[in-house]
Design a protein around this ligand. Structure first.
Ligand SMILES: Nc1ncnc2c1ncn2[C@@H]1O[C@H](COP(=O)(O)OP(=O)(O)OP(=O)(O)O)[C@@H](O)[C@H]1O
Ligand SMILES: [Mg+2]
Length: 233
């Protein structure tokens, strides 16, 4: 479904991605793990089109997209849940969700909101509340819901578990698994490697702008180097 080939990306003169290749097949959850500053966010933003690339290719469903504007990639079926959620805090939960559908014409809001509220019932209960008044976990649910409103086939998730208590991490990643069951494909970035690999089909380990290991999630979870570096065991 998605093929990232030898991708490079820079901040000014500093190269943050040194030729990264990653593949995501339809129906998979693929987890990208790595330490602070490894380049995970840069890669996700390059895929969604809000970060410029200096070399390499990004192919989505057989179409090269690296030159397409971000909103066109959304229209093709790629939606990103950004690091830090980036909600519109003063406006209501429901209006944040509706904003997620801004690239779509003739949207039937009710038909689109219903599955989001079904996935996260607490968002329905709090639909009239300002987004900024939600708890951290609820805000993460809202950020995911807003991305779903774009009608994606590929969801890019940047550290959804960040700052959340273990029970909420479980809830959020459980929701990601349910989304997979509905046919959604997911590229999940996490520093929480064990949780991310536990729900993934495959994974990639990123270190300082390079992929240093990849494989079936179960293999990575069992890999000695990965365990020592990222699982603390
Ligand atoms: N806006 C920026 N300007 C300059 N350098 C940046 C910028 N954003 C990121 N970088 C650098 O690019 C590299 C990759 O950063 P990136 O944010 O992609 O890492 P990450 O893996 O997402 O880290 P984290 O786990 O902390 O979110 C780091 O060296 C970082 O310092
Ligand atoms: Mg990041």
């Amino acid at each position: 479904m998605l093929s990232v080939e030898d991708l490079k990306s820079c901040y000014g003169r500093i190269e943050a991605l040194h030729g990264v290749s990653v593949e995501v097949r339809a129906g998979e959850i693929v987890s990208l793990i790595g330490a602070n500053g490894a380049g995970k966010t840069t890669l996700l933003r390059a895929i969604s089109g809000v970060q410029a690339v200096s070399a390499g290719r990004i192919v989505f469903e057989d179409r090269p997209i690296e030159a397409l504007a971000a909103h066109k990639r959304v229209a093709l079926g790629i939606a990103q849940v950004p690091e830090g959620r980036q909600l519109f805090e003063p406006i209501s939960v429901e209006d944040n969700l509706k904003l997620g559908a801004w690239t779509r014409r003739d949207v039937d809001f009710k038909a689109e909101l219903d599955p989001v509220y079904e996935l996260f019932p607490v968002l329905f209960q709090r639909r009239h509340a300002a987004a900024g008044t939600l708890s951290g976990g609820q805000q993460q649910m809202l950020a995911i819901g807003r991305a779903l409103m774009a009608g994606p086939r590929l969801l890019l998730l940047d550290e959804p578990s960040m700052g959340l208590a273990p029970i909420l991490v479980e809830q959020i990643l459980g929701a990601v698994q349910r989304l997979k069951q509905t046919g959604l494909t997911v590229l999940l970035v996490e520093q929480n490697a064990s949780a991310a690999l536990a729900i993934a089909d495959r994974g990639y380990v990123v270190e300082t702008g390079r992929v240093v290991a990849s494989g079936a999630a179960a293999e990575l979870l069992a890999d000695k180097r990965v365990r020592a570096a990222y699982l603390g065991v």
